[in-house]
Design a protein around this ligand. Structure first.
Ligand code: DQA
Length: 144
């Protein structure tokens, strides 16, 4: 099982600033990632929350059963030392995804306090980033 976790405001994907984040909804993203993982027999457990503690609790609950994580932490990317520590406690591969190119926006979006706790980052490739991250995880799970 891989985890597909989205942080604050990503429940509004599709209607929130579509010029920045596009028209695809979070339900569409979850379906796309599930469809990409199904042929490999890998289940996707999706979770979204606007609350830092709820995201941390979800990660803790799955720390022993998940095989990988795709995470768009929303604005917690730039602020959450608590999420950084929670990610450090996870032994499986972890990919950070940002739909928009955070480097081409406000200066405060350029820093991710979570990136040092992740295996890698996919930034600015739209919702395709979620798929690319899931495909990389599938390779890792298969031993590639
Ligand atoms: C985001 C970028 C963040 O800076 C922002 O707070 C978001 C979405 C992205 O996917 O581009 O909520 O993570």
């Amino acid at each position: 099982m891989i985890l597909l976790v989205n942080g604050p405001n990503l429940n509004l994907l599709g209607e929130r600033e579509p010029e920045v984040y596009g028209a695809t909804t979070l339900a569409d993203v979850e379906r796309m990632v599930r469809e990409a993982c199904a042929p490999a027999g890998v289940e996707v457990k999706a979770f979204q929350s606007n609350h830092e503690g709820a995201l941390i609790d979800f990660l803790h609950e799955h720390r022993k059963i998940a095989k990988g994580l795709v995470l768009n932490p929303g604005a917690f990317t730039h602020t959450s030392y608590a999420l950084h520590d929670a990610l450090r406690a996870l032994a499986f591969p972890k990919v950070e995804v940002h739909i928009s190119n955070v480097h081409a926006r406000e200066a405060w979006r350029r820093e991710s306090v979570l990136a040092p706790a992740m295996d890698g980052q996919i930034v600015g490739l739209g919702v395709q980033g979620y798929l690319l991250a899931a495909r990389w995880l599938l390779g890792r799970i298969a031993g590639a």
